[in-house]
Design a protein around this ligand. Sequence first.
Ligand code: HEM
Length: 550
Amino acid sequence: MAGAAAGAYVWPGPHDLIEDVYSLQGGAVKMGFMDAVVPCSFGTNQPGVQNAAEWLRVAYHDMATADVAAGTGGLDASIRFETARDENEGAAFNNTFGFMGGYYNAHVPLADLIALGVVVAADRCGGPKIEFRAGRVDAAAAGAWGVPKPDQDLATHTASFARQGFSKADMIALVACGHTLGGVHHEDFPQVVGDPDANPGNVTQFEGGGSAAVFDNHVVTDYLDGTTQNPLVVSHNDTFNSDKRVFSADANTTVRALADPAVFRATCADVLARMINTVPAGVVLSEPIVPIDIKPYIDSLALTTSTDSSTNASAVAIAISGRIRIRLDEDTSRNKADMKVDLVYADRSGRPVGVLIPTTLLTFRGGETDGLHGVRFAWFNFATEIDAAAGISGFTVRMTKPSTGAVTVFDNAGHPGGFPIDDSLLYQETQSCLLEQQLKHTLTVAAAVRTDRVQDPLSLDVNYKVSRLGESFAPFLSTRSASLASTGRVVGDYTLFEVTVPMDEESWFSAEFDLALGGAAAGDGNDAARQGTKLLRKMGSVLQRPCQAL
Ligand code: HEM
């Protein structure tokens, strides 16, 4: 058995979805969050736009209004409500929301995505590895003002960073680590750079020679050797030379230390982690996210019926399908070509069934996904039917190395029963559908509830994105809740439930839903504690067909 390390990850975990965004960057099964910052200069074909720089700036502007003594503000996505302020000049905010909005949902806060943007941008631009913690909470309204502006004096900047929890040396480092990417846009800051139309792409970069698309320390070395083109150092308008004032705030002591590339990397990893981990009082961040070693994904768990054509006897089964994601990178010394993966499952009462569920390596793109920082994963698919009367309560993952016969069993860090499966609530995707009639969409969601749980409330939360006119392009979530009612149809040990809800035209294609049987309410952010809850992403294309009978 793989031992249970203290604090080891137990599936399912409360941050599983953001861990996917963090880990599944490219390859066979990918979320593709990094696609917007690869290469580091990439700007979605908009002249003057560099997504990586915008992500870093947006994160800082969201955090910069923190008052750590009061416990208010910090990285909380309040920036969604603050884009009309003159301290948040430019298109960076809406550009960033436009991309990150695609990853935002009821279980993935925008604030975590903004924080992750710093980690991914730094990594893809050749910068240091920055720890990523999850668990931020999105603010429901605008926060205080207080993002530093380039025409403020040094005392104001020093006081502002102190309010945010950063010393003078931290301030110097944070500005240098931020201004290693991107530059100043002429149309947004004509006072700094003069003629708004002067430069191609309308931007003067902080570092020359292509270095503005590399996370390196030229911003300080160019400043120290007098070759800098940084418009916040050499502007003709000295009032706006904020980097000059900040960098020299301690007689260049900090920038001289940062001229050592190794010191620069380590310092940036530290101050940028502290920047994204500055959160309002009461928000508890997770331990740093580590790509999960063995992670199951259950794609379907549903009741099916079949009739034997010769005997006419009908059988009721639970169809279960999904994937096991296995880390491959060098720390694990695993080889996907020398790996056989099976699930060993237990019935509803916890008794081992003695039948292995086999898996096969995904063939698409070699069955591999790349994460950040050199991490790789392989995918092993499974699909089987099990006797619905016996049910399933969980499984362990058995990995055999055919070349040596060595067997390793993964038991979810010693969690009783291994990886748990709750068969009290089955989401019936085939019986669910999204129908359009005369431009009106209605969603029907069907579920099967084990007969011993039919008295428990069964609720549906449909979460969909809405825009708020006048408040930037930032995505906001709205939830429509409903209860499923019994259809009266009993199949084996299960009763079928159903509900039909209307969907707004602007939102049906972005909707996702949660089903929750009894216990904790859906939408409380604690997936692990919510018994039997299912999450379905992007239901539009999946469900746009008539509901089928069971
Ligand atoms: C005294 C504090 C600071 C001042 C006055 C300041 C000022 C500015 C100004 C005027 C711009 C030009 C924006 C544009 O034209 O789009 C800019 C860009 C930028 N800032 Fe700062 N900044 C400060 C601190 C920081 C910090 C701490 C970070 C991150 C850690 C940061 C990250 C960036 C980035 C990445 C850009 C480039 C954006 C792009 O190219 O789209 N800044 N900053």
